[in-house]
Write a protein that binds this ligand. Structure first.
Ligand code: F6P
Length: 404
């Protein structure tokens, strides 16, 4: 049989490593012939836009390069499948492509929205008695997938956020005047990535002095009070704030994607202006923006290795006859950090969100408890031996004309 793999949702540093995992494992399996890559996620299957990965990833060096390349080499999408009981036309198109290409297993690397596709597609195939396996490989910097201990992509993003925050600490403390620096971190409605900046506390830094996550309600008055209190203790106050905390209408653009998720951005600027107006000190806001999900020069080796391993386990799972499953991590030991890869039904993950546990957040609601740091620290360990060209990390790329 042939197989197909696609990448979906927001980019991370580890999605291509999962692709490598699927690819490498499939190469080892004598029963798998062609390995197709679907361009722009499920949209590539719908429009029969597939590329033959064996003609594009030729050597072990290519795979090494792909592992260190951020984002999605095959492109991505935010496409929501309709309910097939209401409209099955797009399912028929998908089936047509898969049957025409003799694809017996489809691997979808994505977040909770993409697992909705895995769930619906596998259910549809079951109903139609079609023997095509559909397996989800998780990823997201938001770390908001249920069941799994963490998601591929999160560790690298967390490492970048904490390392960058530490650099900001050094930069912001040079002058004698008091200052406030607000760092806006992605993560949608879950505060995992923002909370992970607290690992700096384990390294002896007092910053971030304040950490605001969407799991707690936000009040501008309380924020100002907190900032003033921290300014009494520290010359340069560093604040980490999740993009998803509740803010007044109009701060964010209000634009939504196909899943109805708002494009979140702008909270840092809003708070910067509020501090300038009310406190009047030197204040700066920094939106880490897409850098936190594509800065692969500071990837976590643990994250990249795990992302490859979970992709490879996905192939084994399909060959064992499973479908409608998502691969997940279970942490079996904290010290030494040990995980095992298991599966769960896609229905348990699709469209659900996992939030920070209550006991990770301090009673004051404006910082992260030291006891939570042992969760984050193992995920950011290790560095890739990055291949460079002319002093810049080298990336694997597929020619634009091939992907058109
Ligand atoms: O879901 C991952 C994520 O990076 C979120 O943290 C962020 O809010 C969103 O994607 C941004 O969406 P886009 O990729 O469309 O800019």
């Amino acid at each position: 049989m042939n197989i197909a793999v696609a990448q979906s949702g927001g980019p991370t540093c580890a999605i291509n490593a999962s692709l490598v995992g699927v690819f490498k494992e499939a190469l080892k399996e004598p029963q798998i012939d062609a390995i197709f890559g679907s361009v722009n996620g499920i949209e590539g299957i719908i429009h029969n836009h597939l590329v033959d990965l064996k003609t594009l990833i030729l050597t072990n060096d290519d795979m090494e390069l792909l592992r260190q390349t951020p984002s999605t080499v095959l492109g991505s999408c935010r496409y929501k499948l309709p309910d097939y009981s209401e409209d099955d036309s797009v399912y028929k198109k998908i089936l047509e492509t898969l049957e025409q290409r003799q694809i017996g297993a489809f691997f979808y690397i994505g977040g909770n929205d993409s697992m909705d596709t895995v769930n619906k597609l596998s259910e549809y195939f079951r109903q139609e008695s079609v023997d095509i396996k559909v397996i989800g490989i998780p990823k997201t910097i938001d770390n908001d997938l249920c069941i799994t201990d963490h998601t591929p992509g999160f560790g690298s993003a967390a490492k970048y956020v904490a390392a960058t925050m530490r650099e900001i600490v050094r930069d912001s403390s040079v002058y004698s005047i008091p200052s406030v620096t607000i760092v806006e971190v992605m993560g949608r409605h879950a505060g995992w990535l923002t909370a992970s900046s607290a690992v700096l506390h384990a390294l002896g830094e007092t910053a971030p002095h304040l950490i605001y996550v969407p799991e707690r309600s936000f009040s501008l008055d309380a924020f100002m009070r907190d900032v003033r209190q921290e300014m009494a203790k520290h010359k340069a106050v560093i604040v980490a704030v999740s993009e998803g905390i509740e803010v007044p209408e109009g701060v964010q653009s209000g634009v939504v994607d196909n899943f109805g998720h708002k494009y979140l951005s702008g909270i840092g600027k809003y708070l910067e202006e509020a501090v300038r107006k009310e406190i009047g000190c030197k204040v700066r806001s920094i939106e880490l923006n897409v850098m936190q999900r594509c800065s692969s020069h500071l990837s976590s080796k643990t994250d990249i290795d795990e992302a490859e391993a979970i992709g490879s386990e996905g192939v084994k799972c399909a060959l064992n006859g499973d479908t409608g499953k998502v691969m997940v991590f279970r942490r079996v030991n904290e010290m030494p950090y040990t995980i095992v890869i298991e599966t769960t039904s896609a229905a348990n993950i699709a469209n659900n969100e996992k939030f920070l546990p209550d006991d990770f957040i301090t009673p004051s609601g404006n910082n992260i408890c030291d006891s939570a740091l042992s969760y984050f620290l193992p995920l950011i360990q290790g560095e890739l031996n990055t291949i460079m060209e002319q002093g810049i990390p080298k990336h694997f790329a597929i020619q634009e004309s091939v992907l058109k």
